[in-house]
Design a protein around this ligand. Structure first.
Ligand SMILES: O=C(O)c1ccc[n+]([C@@H]2O[C@H](COP(=O)([O-])O)[C@@H](O)[C@H]2O)c1
Ligand SMILES: Cc1cc2nc[nH]c2cc1C
Length: 353
């Protein structure tokens, strides 16, 4: 059995009793029922995942998966592909947005090269998981072969295996870096939603009207050429996806297989999560969505996955920035659940005073 199939089979269901006990405690806390909104369910879900009431998300890691995109030849992005490796170095040197927000959240940042069009020194402290140097231009050829698509997903799985081997992991955040990657992400949600490409396509890093037209046209030509079958997620990834998107899918499957909750970031990370949940529907029980991206197609991805984002901040950066911020709220959800006293506990305390 391949690593992918093995991990898919290993995904179990969270502890339903622990989840119910958590919901019961939340209902009995000395406050109006439901008044802490979405964070109540986040806390209960984490309780179900770990099988305890008092969850401590001690070790949090954001993995930023990087890859390049042949579709950039169609003029779909405002920026040149060289920015992808430049940003990888920026992440390593600690000066990027994700470094700042992850530090604030008490999370480590690790970077993975799944398909950057640049040779990194083997000594560079990143996960060296390059499947190939960038995808093909999917407007005229498949983004990658089926074997490469599988390898990209397995790269993400291997990263989680390595993280878990280091020490217990309590929360994984997924982030991306890849100039041009809003284009394959849009193609993926187009394949799954069946909606028109013009309805789903946003401006990414900020292309003008001409750029937007080129982007829509490239996606339409790619979908017409490959006719990706939504029942075949690896086929969709191979036809119109991205190497880092495969890696992001693998992170979700790997985390779920190890019983680790995973919070996915914006548009690209959610495209990866969508592929993951199509490959392994049970992974959804471990998946949280950090925020709603400005990128138009993101809302359709979240709807497809049945996920409610925690934050509404008009973010459109990627890197894992939204995931890092959401980690702080997920931490808060564990304190809400375990530390707010129930009416009964308050009465006991009063009696003891
Ligand atoms: O995550 C998001 O919601 C998001 C939305 C728009 C852009 N991005 C980031 O911008 C890059 C892709 O934008 P583009 O225009 O080159 O396709 C890539 O590095 C992403 O991390 C990310
Ligand atoms: C500078 C820059 C940083 C990014 N981080 C994620 N996507 C990005 C795109 C650009 C262009």
């Amino acid at each position: 059995m391949s690593l992918l199939e093995e991990r898919i089979q290993q995904i179990g269901a969270p502890d339903a009793d622990a989840y119910e006990a958590a919901r019961e405690r939340l209902r009995n806390q000395a406050r109006p029922a439901g008044c802490l909104g979405i964070l109540e369910d986040v806390g209960a879900r984490l309780s179900g995942i770990f099988g305890v009431m008092d969850v401590h998300l001690a070790r949090k890691v954001v993995i930023t998966c990087a890859g390049d995109h042949g579709i950039c030849a169609e003029g779909v992005s405002l920026f040149p592909q060289e920015v992808t490796p430049q940003m990888v170095y920026n992440f390593i040197n600690g000066g990027a947005s994700i470094n700042v927000l992850a530090k604030h959240a008490g999370a480590a940042v690790r970077v993975a090269d799944i398909g950057v069009n640049h040779d990194f020194e083997p000594a560079l402290p990143i996960f060296h998981k390059k499947v190939r140097r960038g995808t093909g231009n999917f407007a005229i050829e498949p983004a990658m072969t089926r074997d490469e698509a599988r390898k990209s997903v397995e790269a993400g799985i291997e990263i989680v295996d390595e993280l878990v081997r280091e020490s217990p992991l309590h929360l994984l955040g997924t982030g991306d870096m890849g100039i041009g990657n809003t284009t394959p992400s849009t193609a993926i949600i187009a394949a799954y939603s069946g909606l028109s490409v013009s309805e789903l396509t946003g401006r990414g890093t900020g292309v003008d009207d001409e750029g937007l037209r080129r982007k829509i046209s490239a996606i339409e030509r790619g979908l017409a050429l490959h006719k990706p079958d939504p029942r075949d997620p690896l086929g969709v990834l191979a036809a119109v996806g991205g190497l880092e998107i495969g890696g992001l899918a693998g992170l979700v499957i790997g985390a779920a297989a190890h019983g680790v909750p995973v919070v996915c970031d914006g548009f690209i990370a959610t495209a990866g999560a969508l592929i993951a949940c199509e490959l392994a529907p049970k992974a959804k029980a471990y998946l949280f969505a950090s925020h709603n991206s400005v990128e138009i197609g993101h809302a359709f991805m979240l709807k497809h996955l049945g996920l409610q984002p925690l934050l509404h901040l008009e973010f459109r950066l990627g890197e894992g920035t939204g995931a890092a911020l959401a980690m702080e709220l997920m931490d808060a959800s564990t304190r809400i659940l375990a530390d707010i006293r129930t009416f009964e506990e308050v009465a006991i305390q009063d009696a003891q005073a």
